[in-house]
Design a protein around this ligand. Structure first.
Ligand code: SF4
Length: 235
């Protein structure tokens, strides 16, 4: 499923966090630049995502002992103890990729040559925007799981824990993400546009401790299609 997301705001406190701000005093000029770059990022960014759900086809350990979770209908395998734990008991897996587009990438490159302060602020805004985009895509997977009577945990990306970055090419291929979203990989497996996120979400027949505990604090809240029906993803 390929989707576009209407995102018209991002959390300023998240932008400050990505900037490394820890409460020091801030000039009104910097305040203005932060606001302006957040606005600019929202106007340039094109939040889009692609996701699919694959049934779990098997699990076990490779000859070298590396745990694996195999998915049906794709060569994508989830490797490592992090995935073994995250997908323990999962009957299906939502696989997702999102990006905010090449316009943001070009602006980051331009600012790196012209205005380093603006680059830092814009980069933080773009990271906040792509994580917000990932929230929206995750909400779609949670809702699709709900329709199948399944409960989701939360998204987990290659590079976290011991989930290998080498997962990226086959994950992107499984979603046809280059054609659908324009995401490519460098030789060192970094995504271009850099403001892109890939992740997997476990889907289970029973509610999980990590299933979004409350709508009030849920990152998917603004994008959730379950809640407006009077139900929740907790059943
Ligand atoms: S907003 Fe509520 S129902 Fe929707 S995904 Fe979050 S916790 Fe679940």
């Amino acid at each position: 499923m390929v989707e576009s997301y209407a995102i018209d705001s991002i959390d300023r406190s998240e932008v400050l966090r990505y900037m490394g701000y820890t409460g020091q005093s801030m000039s009104s000029e910097l305040e203005g630049r932060i606001n302006a770059n957040m606005e600019r990022c929202l106007s340039i960014g094109v939040p889009r995502g692609v996701w699919r759900i694959f049934d779990v086809d098997g699990r076990g350990a490779k000859e070298d002992g590396t745990p694996f979770v195999r998915l049906a209908g794709t060569s994508l395998e989830l490797l490592g103890t992090s995935m073994q734990k995250h997908m323990d008991g999962a009957v299906a897996v939502g696989v997702m990729a999102v990006t905010v587009g090449m316009g943001v990438e070009r602006e980051l490159r331009r600012l790196s040559l012209t205005d380093r302060v603006a680059q830092v602020v814009f980069d933080a805004a773009a990271t906040t925007l792509v994580e917000r985009t990932a929230d929206a895509c995750e909400a779609s997977i949670v809702a699709a799981g709900h329709e199948r009577g399944l409960f989701a945990n939360f998204r987990f990306s290659p590079g976290y824990g011991d989930m290998p970055m080498a997962t990226q090419p086959v994950l992107l291929q499984a979603l046809d993400a280059q054609r659908q979203l324009g995401i490519t990989l460098t030789d060192t497996l970094l995504m271009v546009p850099t403001k892109s996120v890939t992740a997997v979400v476990g889907l289970f027949e029973t509610i999980q401790p990590s299933t979004h505990a409350s709508c009030a604090g849920c990152p998917c809240f603004d994008f959730c299609t379950i809640r407006p029906t009077g139900h929740t993803c907790r059943g």
